[in-house]
Design a protein around this ligand. Structure first.
Ligand code: G3P
Ligand code: MG
Length: 246
């Protein structure tokens, strides 16, 4: 048994600037089973990989992504805030990351950042790209905007969806089924309640908790046999899993 998949959160973002090619390469180098990334849409409708709705925190630029063209986004330095050795890293477009992993046996978790800023049509644009790469089987789309997850299923029921949430929902598997979702992506604390894990597993809803960085919580999640663990430290996750599963 392989145990829980280890999914690198924004790439191996403890070691390289989040959501850059450097962080995704690091995740690959560490043998992560998958990567998680965040997607926004530019003024000219390109899909770019960045966590925040503005470029302020992670680049030398400022302002909202929706107000920049792709060309303007590509002029920004998305690496030096993290470390001088990463100067020159760019904000990638989604396709660049897909190019990186298309020939690898890796899962891709695309988080649609479709709130508070709403990017009209982002679901279809993302799904069309997934389809063009023939990667429907190994992508999971997640979002805190659950209307987006309904849109995904309407447009292509084959694409897996994951419901992101923070608060302690009661019987969250019921809600997941209501959305026709395949997985729950809870803040990991929610899974410390055994009934929640049991209910999801009995109802065939996958569990991919975030963001699990602490050794003892990584171990706890592996012992619960969750499907995936979203972590900034994929190396830790793999080491702990190997110790537990053997
Ligand atoms: O997808 C898991 C996690 O990334 C959700 O929160 O804010 O890190 O995108 P955030
Ligand atoms: Mg995310």
């Amino acid at each position: 048994m392989k145990g829980s998949l280890i999914i690198a959160h924004r790439g191996a973002s403890a070691y390289a600037p989040e959501n850059t090619i450097a962080s995704f390469l690091k995740a690959i180098e560490m043998n992560s089973d998958g990567i998680e990334l965040d997607v926004h849409m530019t003024k000219d409708k390109a899909l770019v990989v960045c966590h925040d709705e503005t470029v302020n925190r992670t680049t030398n630029g400022d302002g909202f992504i929706k107000d920049h063209t792709l060309q303007e986004i590509k002029e920004l330095d998305a690496g030096s805030w993290f470390g001088e050795q990463f100067r020159g890293e760019k904000i990638p477009v989604l396709e660049e990351v897909m190019d990186l992993i298309k020939d690898k046996d890796m899962l891709l978790n695309i988080e649609l950042k479709n709130a508070p800023i709403l990017y009209e049509g982002i679901e279809k644009r993302v799904i069309d790209i997934i389809k063009s790469y023939n990667m429907e089987e190994r992508v999971i789309i997640s979002s805190f905007n659950h209307f987006s997850l309904i849109e995904v299923k309407k447009y292509n029921p084959k694409i897996k969806t994951g419901v992101l949430y923070m608060a302690g929902l009661v019987e969250p598997w019921v809600y997941a089924k209501r959305l026709k979702a395949d997985a729950l992506h809870p803040l990991f604390y929610n899974l410390m309640i055994p009934e929640i894990v049991k209910g999801c597993q009995e109802n065939g809803i996958m569990l991919n908790p975030f963001t699990v960085d602490d050794d003892k919580f990584i171990a706890a999640m592996i012992k619960l046999n969750v499907n995936g663990i979203i972590t900034n430290y994929p190396d830790r996750g793999i080491k702990i899993r190997d110790n537990i599963i053997g």
